[in-house]
Design a protein around this ligand. Structure first.
Ligand SMILES: [Mg+2]
Length: 469
């Protein structure tokens, strides 16, 4: 028996705006930040969690995390672990905190940080990585752990259990396979708006040489520049001479690539507008980029606009360009509607905009039922560490496929984590295997001491507190 006895938050900010990393049409100056929480018990067990922001306001999220974490004080951890769905309901159920959501904005991402910390603690208590904890659960236990409120018109608990049961017998096979080959990934690092043409070409060549075959470019600030940059990327990825030595071009008509506008080498380009357009503008702009043959446009418009996404998808369908969204879809209900309205080709969950693993499970189940592949959003700080776990749960226990999925990878800031994610020589995520890594989100104490805002050594020594405050 152990009891949750306390919690601690840290406002950790990395000065990424100094390098132009992470720039897109909407977010022009990002200091990748973590609103970080540790939950303590009266044993040695500690759970770590975080949510992601891009700088200012991270302290507001930390303040909200304290309010939410307080709800877990004096709770018996085994009682929480025994029904993680109920634990999720409890975390979200404070009537006064609910008013400042409900289930959206600061209070919701704060709830995500706390829920993730509880899942991290649960996985560590069982000495398994988070994904393994979940895939080893029975179908009933997975469904019991899911945030199920408000989604039964899309999927019932009984349907979810039946779906999971249908995949149960072959879980071990899929686990063995993904441990061997890794989980498919794609890179965004080459295509930030802040980079020069030369840097884009060089980073794209490096990514092809590293084995990647899906690439994403930011668009939406300048159409002519987008077309030019898109052509540069296509000229690199479609040229077989850039493939790693010994790698043959992939077949664009194979089941993994069909319908993705893959070029002759089997490479795929995606574009991401980060919500800059109105609906008619999105349709016209993306049509004008048809020449660079994107698989999908990501976040073409406001993230809550379910019917807008549906209209864009319908208009782009004859042009062979799909629609993806989800990194700013603030809860499972938005995803439910996106799926019900046939508004998306690709479902991009975010590990800590949704309120933690329990709510993510709800979206994985719905997406599997609607037959839409889940390709989680990542990058930032900590997101890649988190999402590999979620994609493994999706592949092994829920959807049963990773053939058409790709998981975002950005090679930034992994060195700050005790168990950083990693990529194999084929450009795929390695499977986290350490029995003590939980949800892989624990940060080095030295990184926190250096980058905690505003009093960490980096911010103090460089006298940047006021500039970035
Ligand atoms: Mg995006």
């Amino acid at each position: 028996m152990a009891i949750i006895t306390g919690y601690e938050t840290h406002d950790v900010r990395f000065p990424t705006s100094l390098s132009g990393d992470g720039t897109d049409a909407m977010n022009t100056e990002c200091d990748y930040s973590s609103a970080y929480v540790s939950l303590f018990t009266d044993s040695d067990l500690v759970g770590h969690g975080m949510t992601f922001t891009i700088g200012r306001g991270n302290e507001i999220v930390c303040a909200a995390i304290k309010e939410v974490a307080r709800r877990l004080l004096n709770k018996d951890i085994e009682t929480l672990f025994a029904d993680m769905g109920k634990a999720w309901d409890h975390i979200l159920a404070d009537p006064q905190l609910r008013w400042i959501g409900p289930e959206k904005g600061v209070i919701h991402i704060a709830s995500g940080a706390v829920n993730n910390a509880l899942w991290d603690m649960y996985a560590k208590a069982r000495k398994k990585p988070l994904w393994k904890l979940v895939v080893d659960m029975s179908p009933e236990e997975i469904v019991r752990s899911t945030a199920f409120r408000y989604i039964s018109d899309a999927i019932t608990r009984e349907e979810a259990v039946a779906m999971l049961k249908a995949k149960e017998a072959t879980k071990a096979e899929r686990e063995a396979k993904v441990r061997e080959v890794g989980y498919p990934a794609y890179v965004t690092s080459a295509g930030w708006l802040g980079y020069s043409d030369e840097k884009i070409a060089r980073l794209t060549r490096e990514a092809v040489a590293a084995g990647f075959n899906h690439f994403k470019m930011k668009v939406g600030a300048d159409r002519d520049a987008d077309l030019r940059r898109g052509k540069i990327i296509r000229s690199v990825i479609d040229n077989p001479q850039h493939l790693p030595p010994g790698m043959k071009p992939r077949d664009p008509e194979s089941p993994a690539l069909k319908g993705k506008n893959a070029g002759p080498t089997g490479c795929v380009l995606m574009i991401d507008a980060n919500q800059v357009w109105d609906v008619p503008q999105a349709i016209e702009y993306v049509k004008s980029l048809e020449e660079i043959k994107p698989w999908f446009i990501e976040e073409p418009t406001a993230p809550d606009d379910v019917l807008g996404h549906a209209a864009i998808r319908k208009a782009l369908l004859p042009h062979g360009i799909g629609v993806a969204t989800g990194e700013h879809a603030h809860n499972r209900i938005i995803f439910k509607q996106l799926l019900q309205a046939n508004a998306i080709d690709v479902c991009q969950i975010d590990s800590c905009r949704l309120a933690g693993v329990s709510e993510v499970l709800a979206v994985l189940l719905m997406a599997a039922k609607f037959g839409v592949p889940v390709c989680p959003h990542a990058g930032g700080v900590g997101l890649c560490e988190y999402v590999i776990h979620l994609s493994l749960i999706d592949y092994i226990a829920v959807s049963g496929t990773m053939e058409r999925n790709v998981l975002e990878f950005v090679d930034h800031l992994h060195e700050h984590f005790l168990h950083p994610c990693s990529i194999n020589a084929q450009g795929r995520y390695n499977v986290p295997t350490s029995s003590d890594e939980g949800y892989s989100i624990e940060m080095h104490k030295s990184s926190i001491a250096t980058y905690e805002f505003p009093n960490g050594t980096f911010w103090k020594e460089n006298k940047l507190q006021s500039k970035y405050a």
